[in-house]
Design a binder for this molecule. Structure first.
Ligand SMILES: *[C@@H]1O[C@H](CO)[C@@H](O)[C@H](O)[C@H]1NC(C)=O
Length: 186
């Protein structure tokens, strides 16, 4: 009996952890995905991934275009300068049962993403959080998008505060330098 209770307790604990991994990240109440579509600029990023740390000093602002797909997911295409040309990266954000939360997979690196639209007013900014799981490693990435290349200081503060709350450090935070490269693509 004692053993059974212990096992049940462990099962409950694991189930709880699977849920809390996502639910400790807030999501925009009443999220409407049809209002988030269109063109955005990446204003700032924060991440503790090795990839980000090694690329950080070269990274620049880029454009991201969000388009709805027929099956209710979102296609997210980012265009960024690479050497002397523009490169594109496409991700499909697959809907989950909870509005504002999506799932995705990186075909190239084989990572799984849990994506949350933390906060948006649709017409000005989106604060987005991505949790990448690859093997036993979990990385956090926070991105601030703007409809314009400049955002109010208050929104940058909000992004910074949220990144720190997610356990990221000041050295994980990058306000992306503006560029004229690849800004008119897509
Ligand atoms: C960010 O955090 C600071 C310090 O806790 C607080 O004073 C400020 O109001 C916060 N700003 C925003 C926009 O949340």
């Amino acid at each position: 009996m004692k053993g059974l209770l212990l096992s049940l307790g462990l099962v409950a604990l694991f189930a709880l952890c699977a849920v809390c991994a996502q639910s400790d990240i807030p999501v925009q109440p009443d999220f409407q995905d049809d209002k988030i579509v269109g063109k955005w600029y990446s204003i700032a990023m924060a991440s503790n991934s090795n990839w980000f740390q090694s690329k950080k000093q070269y990274m620049k602002m880029c454009t991201t275009v969000i388009t709805p797909t027929a099956d209710g997911s979102l296609e997210v295409v980012s265009t960024y300068p690479k050497m002397d040309r523009c490169d594109q990266r496409t991700m499909t954000y697959i809907k989950t049962d909870q509005p504002g939360r999506f799932r995705s997979k990186n075909q190239r690196s084989g990572g799984d993403y849990d994506i949350s639209v933390v906060e948006t007013n649709y017409k000005e900014y989106v604060l987005m959080s991505m949790r990448k799981t690859k093997g036993t490693n979990v990385y956090t990435m926070v991105t601030l998008f703007g409809r314009d290349k400049e955002l109010r200081t208050e929104l940058l503060d909000k992004f910074r505060n949220f990144s720190l709350e997610q356990g990221l450090g000041e050295d994980n935070i990058l306000i992306l330098p503006q560029t004229d490269q690849c800004m008119t693509e897509a």
